[in-house]
Design a protein. Sequence first.
Length: 256
Amino acid sequence: MVLVSLALAPAVMALAALIERRLGPSAAGWIAALPVAFAVSVVAVAVDTTPHAAAAMALSAARQVSAQVAFSVAFAWVLRRRGLPLGVGCGALVYVAVSLVVQHVPDALALLVAVGALVAGPRLMPAGQPRRAEFRHWMGTALTCVSAAVVVGVAVLGSRLAGPDVAGAIAAFPTMCATLTVVAATRDGAAAGVHTLGGLVRSLPCYFTFCLVVALVTPVMGLAAVGLGLFACLAAAAFTWRWVPLAPKVVAAGEG
């Protein structure tokens, strides 16, 4: 089951790479942040341990949504003003700091803060119109695909060694979007990386919805809760997609 999970998750990143070339980095970030890899992680942990452990991991990940938003906002502003290395470092430090705080507050308060972060997050991101990505070398796509497999592997291993709460906090770190941002910023400039992070923030309601449904329903329905969570995620996706800024179409010479 773990091997299947490790093979399936990178397919999401391959799709994100395709979307980036057609619709721009914001759309790619939105796709990469959908909880497909995390859903695979939940199934893998449930099979490897127990459904209750998978539910606890999902709840822990839902609590970390405020840390994900903080990561994106800090990374985007520092990337825009100070460059990629400082942006990555500041984003990671902010995520760890917020995550540690969230781990020590009651569940209800952590989830309430997460909802507030989801509302405020898009307003705190730098604005601008994305543009289509340049041709991506195969190495960039390979790196993002590997990062997806890492998320699943870390979730399963973390659940075994440290328990589902720690596994959820680790798996919630936006590894795939961070990798996608680094690739986009390196190839197309800081603005492309900022837009990728903007797509992540606008996709997080889908992630939060999935995690919350799985956390609440898994103890009752078992693995069937993953399907219900994905259905709820799709409903959230239909709403959030309309707010994702897309790159304008390229008009060929002689048209218009």
